[in-house]
Design a protein around this ligand. Structure first.
Ligand code: GDP
Length: 424
């Protein structure tokens, strides 16, 4: 049985918490896209962790975690994170790395930084983790697969060939120091020795696990609105954030993904640039940011303040539809307990017409939010474990949104910890 846990919005919906919780009853947790550019924050019995590249299932001794072939694999971040969790008392996790995953090279990170510098005010708000240069190279067929680390002849030939190209760009476009080939080969040899114990054909491993009836979780990074095809292009990430991509990024048949748990946050937040129709500003935004998430809405990787907004039914309905959501986990609802009234965006006005269908970016730029105002519940809902015990206005908020987005909300998260969850 394969399930995906994915985001309906701009990311930071609380997928990490939901994955950590569901991992308790899962055998295998797989990262299938993205890299160490976004973070999942997890609070459990071992403490509070910000994971970037490790799957959020590493906290149990019965699970195996997989870095799938679709991931932008940053070797040094991976080992740093393992060391961090193990030194916090978490038992050494069982992890497998796909022999077909590709490696984030040191020059990918350099290119990301140089390009953001070059674009200055017009930059994409990249986290400078090398993700865009990494995926560009993957599809330009000059990326480095983990398997190639173990074939010296191919490796050296490729380093020579790729460095020639990279150094022309570095010298003539960015006017920086060229890449030293010998140093790069040395680094790749180090990577080879570090990853060797973990590398295997993870697609085969997962397909066998499916046959044996194991429970597998695919953990998505970011959300629908950051997908390169269906998101707010060009302000998107460089790998697909949709559950459908889980089949490719993990190497399993698409029909095996039976359940798509789409994580939806009770208000909106976004990092980086790009269209955000229900965005709010000033004191109103500051207060929500300060109260949001677990200790404020600041990026888990970058520490950047997140942009804030009211719940957007148009974006979320679309976000769920493109994921193919079978159920919704509705998170961070406890944060809204301070509000007298809660605006909810129920439509976009574009050129004088109101629509509930999320449009392409050039139309989105013109969209103005149409709000409906719902009454707040003015109380703290943390600690409540039964749906019926939630205040009436809180239940009305959930049920209103459920109707607008058209997918059943089966879980309501009312706190950052593993067991702060209400099943419906
Ligand atoms: P992810 O990338 O989707 O895993 O999300 P992040 O970890 O970036 O952001 C979610 C933030 O909200 C983290 O700080 C979580 O600890 C926190 N969080 C998750 N669920 C809840 C919840 O129900 N209530 C509160 N207050 N915080 C939550």
């Amino acid at each position: 049985m394969v399930r995906a846990v994915v985001g309906a919005n701009w990311g930071d919906e609380g997928k990490g918490k939901i994955t950590d919780m569901l991992a308790e009853k899962s055998d295998i947790i797989v990262r299938f896209q993205g890299g160490s550019n976004a973070g999942h924050t997890i609070v459990n019995d071992y403490g509070k962790f910000a994971l970037h590249i490790l799957p959020s299932g590493i906290f149990y001794s019965h699970t195996t975690c997989v870095i799938g072939n679709g991931v932008a694999f940053n070797v040094s971040d991976f080992f740093k994170e393992i060391n961090d969790v193990v030194s916090s008392g978490v038992p050494k996790p069982r992890i497998l790395i796909s022999d077909r995953a590709q490696i984030v090279m040191p020059y990918h990170i350099m290119f990301d930084t140089y390009e953001e510098e070059r674009l200055a005010g017009k930059s994409f708000g990249s986290t400078k983790s090398g993700i865009a240069p990494f995926y560009s190279d993957k599809y330009s067929k000059i990326g480095f697969q983990v398997s190639e680390l173990f074939d010296e002849e191919t490796l050296v030939e490729k380093v020579n060939r790729v460095c020639e190209l990279k150094n022309i760009m570095i010298e003539h476009l960015y006017h920086k120091e060229p890449v030293n080939k010998d140093e790069l080969i040395k680094t790749l040899h180090e990577y080879r020795d570090m990853v060797e114990p973990y590398v295997c054909d993870t697609a085969l491993f997962l397909q066998n696990a499916i046959k044996e009836g194991k429970t597998i979780l695919l953990e998505g990074q970011l959300g629908t609105l950051k997908d390169p095809d269906f998101g707010i292009y060009p302000m998107v990430t460089s790998s697909h954030t949709l559950a459908a991509y889980g089949a490719i990024g993990a190497g399993i048949p698409p029909y095996e993904i039976k359940d798509i748990i789409t994580v939806v946050k009770a208000y909106s937040s976004a990092v980086g640039a790009g269209e955000f129709v229900s965005e709010i500003f000033g004191d109103e935004a500051d207060e929500l940011r300060r109260r949001g998430g677990d200790g404020g809405e600041f990026g888990a990787t970058t520490g950047r303040p997140r942009r804030m907004g009211w719940f957007d039914c148009v974006a979320t309905k679309y976000g769920c539809r493109m994921q193919g959501a079978t159920q919704v986990a509705f998170t961070v609802l406890d944060v809204l307990g301070y509000l007298d009234e809660i605006p909810v965006c129920v439509g976009y006005e574009i050129d004088g017409r109101v629509t509930k269908d999320f449009p392409v970016t050039c139309k989105l730029k013109k969209a103005k939010p149409v709000y409906e105002i719902l009454p707040g519940w003015k109380s703290d809902i943390r600690g409540i474990s039964k749906y019926e015990d939630l205040p009436e206005n809180c239940r009305k908020y959930i049920e209103f949104i459920e109707k607008e987005i058209g997918v059943r909300i089966t879980m309501v998260s009312n706190g950052p910890a593993r067991h702060d969850i209400i099943f419906r």
